[in-house]
Ligand binder design. Structure first.
Ligand code: THU
Length: 135
């Protein structure tokens, strides 16, 4: 785990968390990714009065990254609104895996700044990826 990545991405994720649009759950999440070339992108969750349309913070951060022309995540940090770690939902694990390798670090950071480090391969073993479409 790269400590500098965690510090930089935590700051970006908590900053994005402030902008969370979550009037229905009141659960504010922030996320930030960094690419292999050092560009960082953040996002927050964006809910909708049509509940199923809500988007997770990880998806927003990834969308921001892809919109700026980047396709690789070298680390992702997810900032929780409370003292518990906010692990990515199943759908977001798949979204992260699309742009990551099994050993890509995933760091959860609590409101108090405690961290839990893992990898996307741990969170989503045997991920379905592009190469599976080629067989
Ligand atoms: N949420 C995220 O943004 N990321 C996660 O990893 C888990 C859940 C959001 C979705 C919804 O807006 C709110 O948190 C409550 O589920």
């Amino acid at each position: 785990m790269n400590k500098n990545n965690i510090e930089q991405l935590s700051a970006l994720a908590f900053n994005a968390q402030k902008n969370s649009h979550s009037p229905y759950s009141n659960f504010k999440v922030g996320a930030a990714v960094i690419t292999p070339t050092g560009e960082a992108f953040a996002g927050c969750n964006v809910e909708s009065a049509a509940f199923p349309l809500g988007q997770c913070a990880e998806a927003t951060a990834i969308g921001n990254m892809v919109s700026q022309g980047h396709k690789r995540i070298s680390h992702i940090v997810i900032a929780s609104p409370n003292e518990e770690f906010c692990f990515p939902c199943g759908g977001c694990r798949q979204k992260i895996a699309e742009f990551a390798t099994d050993d890509t670090p995933v760091t959860m950071v609590s409101k108090q700044g405690q961290t839990h480090n893992t990898t996307i391969g741990e969170l989503l073993p045997n991920a379905f990826r592009a190469h599976d479409l080629e067989k």
